[in-house]
Ligand binder design. Structure first.
Ligand code: ZN
Length: 206
């Protein structure tokens, strides 16, 4: 598609730029909440909210293939690889409020390994969307299963949900823990126990 002969107004300063439909909705929302969208402190809020929400949901435009690139290597390593305490920020799809915490990932290779820095990036692909923690956990495990075809994979997420903490009265300190296990992590009790023990070492899951 060519944009060569399309007129783009260049004279506008950012403040005068026309509000996008997204920003108009945010402005309306502010009014619905009882605010005055025209007061000084809120003038640029619709623009900021759009920018922030688009960034927080950028996972819709990311794919596992893109973030992994060519970082899969042949390797005859057959012991468990564990990456603990990967920071995770997501948003619950029921209230569009953040939930956040730690992701622990383990897998036992079957001829292929992935660059360790890629595991947090796989988390980002799925965390930066509207989510439920259960699905997020499963999607991360499935992605690693698909990319590496390992002997097994395990994913544990421990997270705090602001929709529970901010709205509830007795749930401020609760944490939600979810897990997804595949292959030998599912079939072999000792492997699964080793994984869970490694997740807990020095962590808050005790
Ligand atoms: Zn929620």
């Amino acid at each position: 598609m060519s944009t060569v002969d399309r007129e783009v107004p260049r004279s506008e300063s950012p403040q005068q730029a026309e509000a996008t439909p997204f920003q108009e909705r945010v402005r309306e929302l502010l009014g619905e909440l009882g605010e005055d969208p025209g007061r000084a402190g809120l003038l640029k809020t619709p623009e900021r909210v759009e920018k922030s929400l688009r960034w927080l949901t950028r996972g819709y435009h990311l794919s596992v293939e893109d973030v992994i690139g060519d970082a899969v290597f042949e390797e005859e390593h057959h012991n468990m690889v564990v990456v603990r305490d990967i920071e995770m920020y997501s948003m619950c799809e029921h209230h569009m409020l953040p939930f956040f915490g730690k992701v622990h990932i383990a897998y036992i290779p079957d001829g292929k390994i992935v660059g360790l820095s890629k595991l947090p990036r796989i988390v980002e692909v799925f965390a930066r969307r509207l989510q439920v923690q259960e699905r997020l956990t499963e999607q991360i495990a499935t992605a690693i299963q698909d990319v590496l075809k390992p002997q097994g994979v395990g994913v544990v997420i421990e997270a705090a949900h602001l929709c529970m903490m901010m709205r509830g009265v007795e749930k401020q300190n609760s944490k939600t823990i979810t897990s997804a296990v595949k292959g030998v992590f599912l079939d072999d009790l000792r492997t699964r126990e080793e994984f869970l023990r490694l997740c807990m070492v020095g962590g808050s899951m005790s």
